[in-house]
Design a protein around this ligand. Structure first.
Ligand code: ADP
Length: 499
């Protein structure tokens, strides 16, 4: 099958969070299964490329109309490990993808609406046409809409649409639809793109859901939550209405990147058979962060975007509570919102003199690896969590998660004490309410086990390390989903030809 994955991110060259890991991990595994995979990305100026990976012009050029002006685009090709990238490189006054970062620009909606239009034009060329188009998140929500609006000689391209975070839906003004050549009078209706909260505005995710053949989220529990609770962020009824084509598939992690036995970014390799060697990575982590050597203190870590979704109040509280409870704490976090950045900068300077606390503010891939390898516990108190990769990576590295029982965290963590699962499946600590009391209760249980029953704690680590978090099972499920999308598309085409 020729699969084109469209996304605003793809690790390692363009990653801001889990979406980048998802695209890389799934693309690699599908390619390993023998599928032809193409990842379509904006040609950002800040791509993290190895010197041997240089994008090459493919001799494909076309013009993409945007706000009535034709914009010259060319396609650059880049071969990554097992799959191909296609980079959409426009030449225009707006310099859409030459901003030094992926997101956070005032005109993000314009940038990704343009990207979606360029993708729709690119894949509609008969030479580039994939068997299935896999779109991701609000940034690409207009691509299914644009394709559905076309009358294609070859029939419409089947579309799978994955939702990684319903907190960001892409709410835009109606004139952005006109900008990409769509008709707001036809599309800005409750049946299509009109936002339920403000029908004068378009909701790109909502439009993508209506136009796609199959839709999924990245864990079964999150699929249920967004249909049945306020986690649907206003789209609950819309998800229920599209229930017949809607499901959840848990993410995997890329085990070539995240494997403590082979990870080049950690000083000492270890695995389930050599768990005591993890202590050497703990030492290295302490040295790297300037934490005091303290064998009677577990290291409680946080590796996270510092965003409201991640439970920033609980993160800040948990760090201070951990310190007061005799643990060492290490945070690696990046904040976009200035108020949150300021808050954590203040906490950092307040704790600067403690030999048992270190806060690193920013994005640092190699420190993240060292933290997963060296820490004992990791705190993930998310308000909502579509899947979460942090807990999967941490468990692979023998670091036990303390997390809120939501979304993919609930699907992947079995509580050490309160679980009906057999002991071999128990791998962490869960709490329910997003309150400091509930968090403290779970932290107390975890710290007490680490301190009083180290053997039992090691077995918990091992249970986590032995779990299967690979992309093998999810990739098979996506292949089934693509097959279903193709069937649905065929059925739709034959129904409309009978009409
Ligand atoms: P989200 O996609 O919502 O940010 P996930 O748990 O799905 O959350 O994925 C987070 C990914 O980003 C993990 O690979 C994690 O290691 C990485 N990450 C998050 N914050 C940082 C940071 N400050 N520095 C390095 N890596 C980070």
């Amino acid at each position: 099958m020729h699969i084109a994955m469209v996304s605003a991110e793809c690790a390692p060259i363009a990653k801001a969070g889990g979406l980048g890991d998802f695209v890389q991990g799934l693309a690699r595994e599908l390619a390993r299964c023998g599928e032809r995979v193409e990842v379509i990305l904006p040609a950002y100026d800040g791509l993290r490329l190895a010197s041997s990976d240089q994008p090459r012009p493919l001799g494909i050029a076309f013009q993409v109309p945007f706000r009535g002006v034709p914009i010259d685009c060319q396609i650059l090709g880049l071969s990554l490990d097992g799959y191909e990238c296609r980079l959409i490189a426009p030449r225009s006054a707006q310099r859409f993808f030459e901003r030094g970062r992926l997101y956070g620009e005032p005109d993000d909606a314009e940038r990704f609406a343009f990207f979606s239009r360029a993708v729709a034009d690119y894949v509609s060329r008969s030479e580039s046409r994939p068997d299935v188009l896999h779109c991701n998140d609000w940034q690409t929500g207009l691509a299914p809409v644009l394709l559905a609006e076309r009358r294609e000689a070859l029939g419409r391209i089947p579309v799978c649409y994955s939702l990684h975070n319903v907190g960001y839906q892409g709410w835009v003004e109606a004139d952005l639809l006109t900008a990409v050549g769509l008709d707001p009078a036809r599309l800005l209706t409750p049946e299509r793109l009109a936002d339920p909260g403000d029908p004068r505005r378009a909701n790109l995710m909502k439009g993508g859901i209506a136009a796609a053949d199959v839709v999924n989220t990245v864990s079964p529990r999150y699929a249920w939550e967004i249909q049945n609770t306020e986690q649907g962020m206003g789209l609950q009824a819309w998800f229920q209405r599209h229930d017949y084509k809607f499901g959840g598939i848990l993410n995997g992690i890329d085990e070539t990147v995240w494997n403590p036995l082979t990870d080049p970014l950690i000083p000492v390799d270890f695995g389930p058979e050599t768990l005591p060697r993890k202590a050497l990575d703990r030492q290295a982590l302490r040295a790297r962060l300037g934490l005091e050597e303290a064998s009677d203190r577990p290291i409680i870590a946080v590796v996270s975007r510092l965003d409201r979704q991640k439970g920033v109040d609980l993160i800040a509280h948990g760090l201070q509570y951990g310190l007061a409870s005799g643990a060492q704490i290490a945070l690696l976090g990046s904040a976009i919102e200035p108020a949150i950045a300021e808050r954590f900068a203040q906490l950092k300077s307040r704790l600067e003199t403690s030999p048992h606390a270190r806060l690193e503010l920013g994005y640092d891939e190699s420190l993240a690896h060292l933290i997963y390898a060296g820490a004992d516990l990791i705190l993930i108190p998310s308000l909502y969590e579509p899947c979460g990769l942090t807990q999967l990576i941490a468990m692979r590295y023998g670091t036990v998660p303390i997390a809120r029982r939501v979304g993919g965290l609930a699907d992947t963590i079995q509580d050490a004490n309160y679980s009906s699962a057999p002991f071999e499946s128990r791998n962490g600590y869960l709490f329910d309410e997003p309150t400091t009391e509930a968090l403290e209760g779970a932290m107390d249980r975890a710290i007490a086990l680490w301190r009083d029953h180290p053997d039992y704690f090691s077995r918990l680590r091992l249970n986590g390390m032995r779990g299967d978090y690979s992309w093998r099972r999810p990739a098979r499920e996506y292949l089934d989903l693509y097959a279903y999308a193709r069937q649905a598309q065929c059925a739709r085409a034959s129904a409309s030809s009978r009409r």
